[in-house]
Design a protein around this ligand. Structure first.
Ligand SMILES: [Zn+2]
Ligand SMILES: [Zn+2]
Length: 152
């Protein structure tokens, strides 16, 4: 489903309105492939909607996540990163600066989720995550171009 159709769905959910603010939050996130934190996204959204508050950006991100338009990449105690690309895909995260990028490799089936469920006793296993980590070109000093803000 294209972004336009998804936006239309989001606009009409519960017969309600999708506010201009929510639309701009989603469109802005979808235009980035930098997986920003909420604070970073707020800074970019504010260029378009100078009056928007940080709380509004956070609330809209939370709602868009509940609606399935946004994926939250939760790395524990640090700030989550957000991604408007919601189909499963792999990420690589920089251990120095925390930057997150997509890895365009084939996604193989979860190897052992049933086995994990059996072994986990009273835990409820809801999924599994493969995470690639390393050092990004910026931190290595080898980055030749800034691509993060190009379209998706
Ligand atoms: Zn880095
Ligand atoms: Zn991603």
């Amino acid at each position: 489903m294209g972004l336009d159709e998804r936006l239309e769905d989001a606009i009409h959910e519960h017969g309600g309105r999708m506010t201009e603010q929510r639309r701009v939050v989603l469109e802005t996130l979808a235009s980035l492939n930098s997986h920003p934190t909420a604070a970073e996204l707020y800074e970019i959204v504010r260029e378009k909607l100078p009056d928007i508050s940080q709380g509004t950006v956070y609330r809209n991100l939370k709602r868009l996540k509940e609606l399935g338009y946004v994926q939250e990449l939760d790395y524990g105690p640090g700030a989550s990163h957000f991604d408007a690309r919601v189909e499963p895909h792999y990420h690589v995260r920089c251990l120095e600066c925390g930057r997150v990028a997509d890895l365009e490799i084939e996604r193989r089936p979860a190897p052992c989720i049933e086995e994990a469920r059996r072994a986990a006793g009273e835990w409820v296993i809801s999924g599994h995550r493969v995470e690639f980590v390393g050092i990004c070109p910026k931190c290595r000093g080898t980055e030749t171009e800034q691509r993060d803000r190009e379209g998706s």
